[in-house]
Design a protein around this ligand. Structure first.
Ligand SMILES: NC(=O)c1ccc[n+]([C@@H]2O[C@H](COP(=O)([O-])OP(=O)(O)OC[C@H]3O[C@@H](n4cnc5c(N)ncnc54)[C@H](OP(=O)(O)O)[C@@H]3O)[C@@H](O)[C@H]2O)c1
Length: 265
């Protein structure tokens, strides 16, 4: 099927994803021609970096680009989408949770471009190995999105909205929660003046392990061993941190239950 090549993109948003995705698009020869953002200063700054024009009102964006990407907070997609009408230009959002149909009033051609990675402005990660999960409402839109995604990465998947929501919640466990667990660890050590550096090889090994088998195959620790004495001594240490104690108990109980139901794997 013959389809329009994507040569010019417009970004709506100037946050972490806009910044990383915008740089990746420009790096692959897809021009970001315009950028809209609620906060002008942040929008102008990213627009300048991308060689794009900053447009202060979403309704004034050009109608002649090939691809429009909403990279704004989930709750802002619908209200902003209500202000944009693009006939049949391809429009996508980058959310792990929101329905593709949120964009159905914007254009006849819409979809989702969900990069499954944790982006924060302070750290840049290359786009090449990142899984990109796509969804599109027409075969043409699907082909166009796949072509863009394949320019950025080798890992392209077609995932529907229900699957994407599940993927997102799994990613919250795998990445967001894990990162917060490290934050708790840092705070506990810090309260006794012990450097977090001591834990970094352990954290690195834990991340490395998942490449080599089922994650539970590598599970260790007092809950996994059923060591009640260590569990109670840890609870005692956490008595001044009721929130962390609650997390400790819930996760320990789940480890014990998972082992009972599934064995060691
Ligand atoms: N960060 C990740 O790791 C990641 C990964 C995959 C997908 N995503 C998805 O990508 C999208 C953007 O995430 P992000 O991490 O780039 O967000 P972010 O860095 O927090 O940036 C949020 C963007 O949304 C705009 N915004 C927030 N509330 C708004 C409102 N009420 N009205 C208008 N604009 C508003 C902000 O504008 P201002 O500058 O004016 O505040 C900013 O441009 C979300 O759908 C997110 O789920 C994120």
């Amino acid at each position: 099927m013959q389809h329009q090549n994507i040569e010019e993109a417009v970004l709506i948003g100037a946050g972490n994803v806009a910044s990383h995705l915008g740089m990746a698009l420009v790096g692959q020869g897809i021009r970001v021609v315009e950028l809209y953002n609620r906060t002008p200063a942040r929008g102008r700054e990213l627009a300048t970096r991308l060689g794009a024009a900053f447009i202060p009102a979403i309704g004034e964006l050009t109608r002649s680009a090939d691809l429009y990407i909403f990279t704004v907070a989930d709750a802002a997609i619908a209200p902003l989408a209500a202000l944009l009408r693009l006939d049949d230009k391809l429009v996508v959002h980058t959310s792990g949770t929101m329905e593709m149909e949120l964009l159905s009033q914007v254009s006849d051609s819409f979809g989702v471009f969900y990069p499954l990675q944790t982006f924060s402005t302070s750290r840049t990660a290359g786009f090449r190995g990142i899984p990109v999960c796509l969804e599109a409402n027409t075969t043409m839109a699907r082909l166009q999105l796949e072509e863009v995604a394949r320019k950025l990465t080798d890992n392209v998947y077609f995932i529907d909205s229900d699957q994407r929501r599940l993927l997102h919640v799994a990613a919250v466990f795998a990445s967001n929660f894990t990162n917060f667990m490290n934050t708790v660890a840092e705070e506990l050590l810090g309260s006794e003046g012990i450097t977090f550096e001591l834990l970094k090889p352990l954290i690195a090994q834990t991340a490395e392990n998942v490449k080599h088998g089922h994650p539970f195959h590598f599970q260790t620790g007092p809950a996994f061993r059923g060591d009640e004495q260590v569990l109670s001594s840890h609870r005692e240490l956490l008595k001044d941190h009721p929130g962390y104690l609650e997390i400790y108990d819930v996760i320990s109980r789940n480890i014990i239950q998972y082992k009972t139901e599934n064995g060691k794997l």
